[in-house]
Design a protein around this ligand. Structure first.
Ligand code: ATP
Ligand code: MG
Length: 235
């Protein structure tokens, strides 16, 4: 489903040596598989996801999604890829203040000819499934953090993508809410055969994954994160 082949990304920094943010990462993920990418701040996790999302172009190496190379798409093709084939839960919230949970979740569907009503009809069951059935008409700014995160997940899944990227989806949540969100994400994606690449620096979050990889200074290492909790109790 997703294949990363020796990806490298450097950032220029002023007059000094460039920072090698991602340094030769190869990885593949099958349909229905949830892979966690664990690593400290600055290890290159977001940079890696941005290349998979075709927002950043790698300096070398390639990203293949369902056999298609997305790392060399034109701006227009990559926008279409993000809109229709990918679900991306970004590290920062991008909910529209003043708009309801329902409309925020339906955002990616609004451009479709079927229109607003159809868009709402399609995301409603997702929001209900995510435990937001009572919050559909709440404005974004009146939702709790965990609820906002779930709206972001509903939006990411709304177009029925086969690949979902999630960048620290539990970063702003307490550990209990964080675990709820992860449990829902992994459950929904497994059911639908969606491949997930989940970025986290929470060692407990990794317990929901089929595989965990550690990124350090832009490279994958064999290190295993040390869970703070007994991982067996999390599934
Ligand atoms: N736009 C940019 N320009 C220059 N350097 C950057 C840029 N974005 C990231 N970097 C650098 O690249 C490295 C990797 O950053 P990245 O944001 O991918 O890390 P991260 O693992 O997502 O960190 P965090 O856990 O804090 O989100 C860091 O050294 C960072 O300072
Ligand atoms: Mg990051």
């Amino acid at each position: 489903m997703l294949q990363l082949d020796t990806l490298v990304k450097r950032y220029a920094q002023g007059d000094g040596e460039p920072v090698v943010a991602v340094d030769g990462v190869s990885l593949s993920i099958s349909a229905g598989e949830l892979v966690a990418l664990y690593g400290p701040s600055g290890s290159g996790k977001t940079t890696l996801l941005m290349m998979v999302a075709a927002i950043l172009r790698p300096d070398s190496g390639s990203v293949f999604v369902s056999g298609r190379e997305v790392s060399s798409l034109s701006a227009r093709e990559s926008a279409r890829y993000r809109m229709h084939e990918l679900g991306f839960v970004r590290q920062s919230f991008d909910l529209i203040p003043g708009a309801s949970a329902l409309d925020n979740a339906a955002l990616k569907l609004l451009g479709r000819p079927a229109g607003m009503r159809e868009a709402r009809r399609r995301v409603m069951p997702l929001l209900v499934r995510l435990g937001l059935g009572e919050r559909l008409e709440h404005r974004a700014e009146r939702l709790a953090m965990g609820e906002r995160q779930r709206v972001m997940i509903a939006r990411a899944l709304s177009t029925e993508p086969k690949l979902v990227l999630a960048d620290e989806p539990t970063g702003s949540l307490d550990s209990e809410r964080g675990r709820e969100v992860l449990a829902l994400l992994s459950e929904l994606c497994r059911e639908r055969g969606i491949a997930v690449l989940l970025v986290t620096h929470d060692p407990d979050a990794a317990a929901y994954a089929d595989r965990v990889h550690t990124l350090r200074d832009g490279r994958l290492t064999d290190e295993r994160p040390k869970p703070r909790l007994a991982s067996a109790s999390l599934r």
